[in-house]
Design a binder for this molecule. Sequence first.
Ligand code: T5A
Length: 220
Amino acid sequence: MKSKKQSASGKGVFISFEGPECAGKTTQIRMLQEYFTKKNIDTVVTREPGGTVIGEELRKIVKHHVGETAVVDEAEVLLFAASRAQHVRKVIIPALSSGINVICDRYSDSTMAYQGYGRGLDLSFIAMLNRFATAGCMPDLTFVLDLTAEESSERIINREETLFLEDRIESAELSFHKRVRQGFLEIARQEPERVKIISAVQPKEAIHGQIIGLLKNVIG
Ligand code: T5A
C-alpha cells in the first residue's frame, strides 16, 4: 500500500517486525501503516515469506505442506532464502532507493531464530546465507514483539484462522518455539542498536506507543 510523502533523506527507512508466532506483528504493522498514512509518509508494507509472486508460492510450500510432503529442514532454510532474495531485489531495494519506507513482516532474523536456533542448523551458515539473500540490505530498525511459547500457543488456539488450515511451523512442538524465542532474544542482545525488544503481552495501543517512541529516533 502506498501513500504520498517520501523520506527527507531521499532514502526510505527499512523497518522489520519479528517475534514468535502470534506475537501481534500484523496488528502492529496495521497500526503503524495507519500512523504513516495520517502523516502522509510514503510506505510499502510487505511480508516474508512472500512479498512477490514467487515468494507467495514459496510461502504455501513452507507453511502448509505437512506429513509426507513436508519440506526437510535443509530445504526449508533455502526456500526462505529464495523468497528473500527475490523480495529484496524486486520490492525492498527499489522502494528504499525511491525514498519510500518499507515495513516488513519478518525478515532475515526469522531465519536465524527459526532455522538456526529453532531447527539447530549451523548459525554461521545461516548468517552467510542471509548475507547472500539480502545483498547486505538490513533493516534500520527491527521490533521483536516478545512473548513466551506458552503465551504464543494460547493465542494460536484462540485465533479464528487457526480453525481452517494446518500450519506446519506453528504446530511444531513447544520446545522448538522456546528455542526460537531464545534466538530472537540473543539476536537482540548482539545487535541492540538495531533490534528492540517490546513485550507483546500488553495492550495493543501501549505497544504501538512504544514503537512510535523508538521510531522517532530514526525517522525524526
Ligand atoms: N518463518 C518465516 C521461518 O521459519 N523462517 C523465516 O525466515 C521466515 C521469514 C510465517 C511463518 O514462517 C516462519 C515463521 C512463521 O511460522 P506467518 O503467518 O507470517 O508465517 O506467521 P506469524 O508471523 O506468526 O503471523 P501471525 O499472523 O500468526 O501472527 P502475528 O502477525 O504476529 O499476530 P497478529 O497480529 O495476527 O495477532 C495474532 C492474534 O493475537 C491477537 C490478535 O487479535 C490475533 O488473534 N493479538 C493480541 N492479543 C492480546 N494482546 C495483544 N497486544 C495482541 N496483539 C494481537
